[in-house]
Structure formats: structure tokens, C-alpha cells
Design a protein around this ligand. Structure first.
Ligand SMILES: *[C@@H]1O[C@H](CO)[C@@H](O)[C@H](O)[C@H]1NC(C)=O
Ligand SMILES: *[C@@H]1O[C@H](CO)[C@@H](O)[C@H](O)[C@H]1NC(C)=O
Ligand SMILES: *[C@@H]1O[C@H](CO)[C@@H](O)[C@H](O)[C@H]1NC(C)=O
Ligand SMILES: *[C@@H]1O[C@H](CO)[C@@H](O)[C@H](O)[C@H]1NC(C)=O
Length: 336
């Protein structure tokens, strides 16, 4: 049996400072028992659980066991992994964007166009971080890139200062509630019918748990992650909106699980799955979020703005700048 070092688990957790102590003490010291017990046919009212990330997630102790069993190394990189840290920009889109703190949502970080665009409505995204860490700093480049195309994102965790612990479903729900009450309206004309939950790793599972039984959420985007435990995949029956997975190839622990979840979604539900050889870490820190940033923008522009060019980038390998030409493996179903 291959042992996974606590350093590897720290990488998975986004190497956020807050985890340095507990991880050094060994993953088993982190045992958290969730209260949700999966049972086919049992669908709790809400996606919350006592463990970070909610009912679709895994506790840190169970994750350590999972990694030991599969031999997966969350720190492994691939041929498409960024070679170094990217530059912080205002994004490549038409609405230069920035990361800001907002006193009306102090435990989160906002990514939005610097000037409210006057000629478009802005879809809203609630974002969860790897490790369900209360800091989105590792995703700043990608989230700024998305915002620069006319999106407002509330990410878990404050922009400054060190949050502690792990985030829960309620953190992403707080973002949705804030937007629904008009909290984001200072950033532009928010389209409250165009709401996405999304996240990386633990934050992606948190996004799915947040979307569960919440009809405000119209799309779910999963980055380098899918359900770990076979015994809770039946919960996918309650997912009623299209899901997109962007994963990091066979070295990514999200890869085999995304294959399973993609196949198990309710019949007829549109789904998209793309895989790039990056391992679990994606390209979030590259300038403008690299190829993951480009893919995320294209997906959102297709879904919310009916942008034909973006749709072609995702679905047509022969189109200019297609994800296939960027070396993604692409699978999709049920789109018209
Ligand atoms: C909105 O205005 C900006 C310039 O402020 C422009 O770049 C963008 O193309 C316009 N968008 C639409 C959809 O007309
Ligand atoms: C901020 O979020 C973290 C993570 O969920 C939580 O532990 C903490 O209590 C929150 N702080 C405030 C002031 O709400
Ligand atoms: C976006 O909002 C419009 C209403 O402004 C709605 O008609 C459309 O279905 C929404 N798109 C998605 C993908 O939910
Ligand atoms: C793409 O698909 C090929 C053929 O199945 C596979 O060998 C390769 O590992 C995949 N690459 C990624 C990044 O998923």
C-alpha cells in the first residue's frame, strides 16, 4: 500500500497556511464525522453537513484513506501544469476586473468589473476553494479573468486576513442570499436568474451540495473534482441542472470520479466533461487562469450569453481555438 504524505494532503488543501498545523499532526488527527449517512432513496432536505463541503464531500480522514487506497497523489503535475506563477492582470475580457473586499459580505471576496457595465446583465457565481479553505487567493487570476467578461463572483473567505477552518455549504449559500437581496447590484445589473455554483476540489463538492435542492442555481461547474464515495453517487438524482466538469487527466483524483458522475446524471440532462493533463492543480494560478480560465469563460459565455463562438470552442474540435486544439479531451451529451 502506497502511503500518501501529509505534504501531499496539504497540496490538496491548497497549501493554505491554516492547515499547516493540523496536517503536520497527521491526517488521522483531523477525523470529522459527518452527520449525513448515505442510503439509496434517502434525500435530505438540504445539502449541508457537519463536514466541510456538505453531503457530496468527503471528510479529511476519509480522504486520507481514499488516497492511500488509490495511490493518488494530489500534488502530481502534468505536461500542461503552469511552469511558474502567472501575472495578476485585470483579465482579458472587455470589462477590466479586480478582486475587492465588500463590507456587506465581509467573510467573502468579490471579483467584478471595476466599472459596472451599462450595456449587459451580469450572471452571478458563488465560488468554493480547494480544501474548502477560507481564501480564494490561489484562484485570483482565473476568477478575475471570468469577471472581466461581465460576471460577478463571490468567493468563500475574506480577501485579506487569515480566515480559519474550512468553509461549509452555508458559506456559498450566504453568497447567493446576499446576491438575491441585491448585495451585488453596486457591481452592475445582476441577472439573478443566471446563477452558478462552482469550485475547485472540496469547493466544487461544496458547490454541488449548495446547488442541491436550491432552484436558484442554474448551472454547476466542477473543477478537478467529482464525488469520491460510490455510496453517495445516488444523490445525483436530485441534480436537475446541467453540470460541467473540468478535470486534470488520469493523475487527478477528480478524473475517474467525474467519469462515473457524468454517466450517472439524470437521463437527458446536458453535461460537459473536459480533461487536460495538469493533475489536480489545474492552471488557476497561470496568467488569466491559463487554459482552465479560457475554458471556464467559454462555457459561461455559451450558457448565459448564447455566444456561438464560445459554443464552438467547447463543442467543435475544428473551430479556431477549440478546447481540443488546446489538448483537452472533450465529452458532452444532450446539448442542442
Ligand atoms: C458593452 O460595452 C463595452 C464597452 O464599454 C464593449 O466593449 C462591449 O462589447 C459592449 N457589449 C455589448 C454586449 O454590447
Ligand atoms: C467566516 O467563515 C468561516 C468559514 O466558514 C467561519 O469559520 C467563520 O466563523 C466565519 N466568520 C464570520 C465572522 O462569519
Ligand atoms: C438567464 O436569464 C434569462 C433571463 O434574463 C433566462 O431567460 C435564461 O434562461 C437564463 N439562462 C440560464 C442558462 O439559466
Ligand atoms: C485523453 O484520452 C486518452 C485516450 O483515452 C487518454 O489516454 C489520455 O490520458 C486522456 N488525457 C487526459 C488529459 O484526460
Amino acid at each position: 500500500m502506497k502511503r500518501i504524505s501529509s505534504a501531499a494532503v496539504a497540496v490538496l488543501l491548497g497549501a493554505h497556511q491554516v492547515f499547516a498545523g493540523p496536517v503536520a499532526a497527521g491526517p488521522l488527527a483531523l477525523r470529522q464525522s459527518g452527520t449525513f449517512v448515505p442510503k439509496p432513496g434517502y434525500f435530505p432536505e438540504k445539502g449541508d453537513d457537519t463536514i466541510a463541503g456538505g453531503i457530496f464531500c468527503i471528510s479529511l480522514s476519509d480522504l486520507a484513506t481514499y488516497l492511500q487506497r488509490t495511490g493518488n497523489n494530489p500534488g502530481a503535475t502534468g505536461s500542461e501544469s503552469p511552469k511558474g506563477a502567472g501575472a495578476v492582470t485585470s483579465g482579458s475580457g472587455p470589462y477590466p476586473a479586480a478582486m475587492v473586499s465588500d463590507s456587506s459580505l465581509p467573510n467573502h471576496t468579490i471579483y467584478a468589473p471595476k466599472s459596472p457595465p451599462a450595456n449587459i446583465t451580469l450572471p452571478f457565481i458563488s465560488w468554493g476553494n480547494g480544501g474548502c479553505a477560507p481564501s480564494s487567493s490561489s484562484y485570483r487570476n482565473m476568477l478575475t479573468e471570468i469577471a472581466s467578461y461581465g460576471y460577478v463572483i463571490a468567493a468563500d473567505g475574506p480577501a485579506t486576513g487569515s480566515g480559519s477552518g474550512q468553509t461549509k455549504v452555508q458559506d456559498q449559500r450566504d453568497s447567493l442570499d446576499w446576491a438575491m437581496k441585491g448585495g451585488a447590484s453596486k457591481y452592475g445589473n445582476i441577472n439573478l436568474e443566471n446563477i452558478t455554483t462552482a469550485g475547485h476540489s472540496c469547493g466544487g463538492l461544496e458547490a454541488m451540495s449548495t446547488a442541491y435542492h436550491d432552484t436558484r442555481v442554474k448551472r454547476i461547474m466542477m473543477f478537478d473534482i467529482a464525488i469520491f464515495q460510490d455510496d453517495r453517487r445516488y444523490l445525483l438524482q436530485e441534480i436537475k441542472v446541467p453540470v460541467a466538469w473540468f478535470v486534470g487527466g488520469p493523475k487527478d483524483m477528480g478524473y475517474p470520479n467525474a467519469e462515473k458522475d457524468y454517466a450517472l446524471l439524470n437521463a437527458g440532462l446536458p453535461a460537459y466533461k473536459a480533461s487536460l493533463d495538469t493533475g489536480h492543480g489545474g492552471t488557476y494560478g497561470a496568467t488569466n487562469g491559463g487554459k482552465f480560465g479560457k475554458a471556464a469563460v467559454a462555457y459561461l459565455q455559451w450558457q448565459y450569453r448564447n455566444d456561438a463562438k464560445s459554443k464552438a470552442v467547447l463543442l467543435d474540435p475544428a473551430s479556431q481555438g477549440s478546447l481540443v486544439s488546446d489538448h483537452w479531451n472533450v465529452t458532452y451529451k444532450n446539448w442542442t
